[in-house]
Design a protein around this ligand. Structure first.
Ligand SMILES: Nc1nc2c(ncn2[C@@H]2O[C@H](COP(=O)(O)OP(=O)(O)O)[C@@H](O)[C@H]2O)c(=O)[nH]1
Ligand SMILES: Nc1ncnc2c1ncn2[C@@H]1O[C@H](COP(=O)(O)OP(=O)(O)O)[C@@H](O)[C@H]1O
Length: 186
């Protein structure tokens, strides 16, 4: 069977990655979203096994030691990683797998899976990024400050990615992502 594709979506926290990925999954039922493991505490409404696998630091360290993660990184004081087995199983079945991950993990994927398609989502401006993070009301002021600090560093690396998409108008951004995915992955 023809192997599936690995598609990496990266961009600063609050840029709208989750929103874009959710819309893509609704519109293209054959896409598969990898569920990450994290040591971050669940936000209101987040479900274990659906949004993330919420694990302790020792559990996460065990996953690293057992080589169960395809990539992992520390972000704003918490560990995040992609469980290897489900991703490999889906790719072996010919499905396209989306990874919504930060920059350090995206670099690991580039090193280990050079064939992966990597997209970077940009905000229309830093002030709009900050507005989105604050309006989302999901993080403490400290967590927002850590995310904004990191955003500048991540945006500086946007050109390392195969494609850059600005998430200003949501529908336009979605169309641009679809154009990239379906032009490159016939
Ligand atoms: N490297 C890596 N990053 C991840 C993974 N899962 C999520 N992330 C990234 O970790 C960052 C923080 O995620 P989260 O705490 O959910 O905050 P949010 O992006 O602001 O909603 C985001 O940039 C995510 O894309 C993963 O498995 N690996
Ligand atoms: N194109 C857009 N225009 C305005 N607001 C947006 C847009 N895309 C996402 N948002 C809002 O921005 C906030 C952050 O989006 P989210 O998907 O959680 O970002 P991320 O997953 O990148 O951290 C959410 O409140 C979301 O509704």
């Amino acid at each position: 069977m023809k192997k599936g594709k690995l598609i990496v979506v990266t961009g600063p926290s609050g840029v709208g990655k989750g929103t874009l990925v959710r819309s893509l999954l609704e519109r293209h039922r054959d896409l598969y979203l990898s569920v990450s493991a994290t040591t971050r505490a669940p936000r209101r409404g987040e479900i274990d096994g659906k949004h993330y696998y919420f694990v302790s630091r020792p559990q996460f360290q065990e996953m690293i030691a057992a080589n169960e993660l395809l990539e992992w990184a520390e972000f704003a004081g918490n560990l995040y990683g992609t469980p290897r087995r489900p991703v490999e199983a889906q790719i072996d079945q010919g499905r396209w797998v989306l990874l919504e991950i930060e920059l350090v993990g995206a670099r690991q994927i580039r090193a280990n899976f050079p064939e992966a398609l990597r997209l970077f989502i940009l905000p229309p401006s830093m002030s709009e990024l900050e507005r989105r993070l604050r309006n989302r009301s999901s993080d403490s002021a400290t967590a927002i400050a850590l995310r904004l600090d990191r955003a500048t560093e991540e945006i500086a690396a946007a050109s390392e990615f195969d494609f850059q998409v600005i998430n200003d108008d949501l529908e336009t951004a979605l169309k641009n992502i679809e154009a990239v995915l379906f032009a490159r992955c016939p």
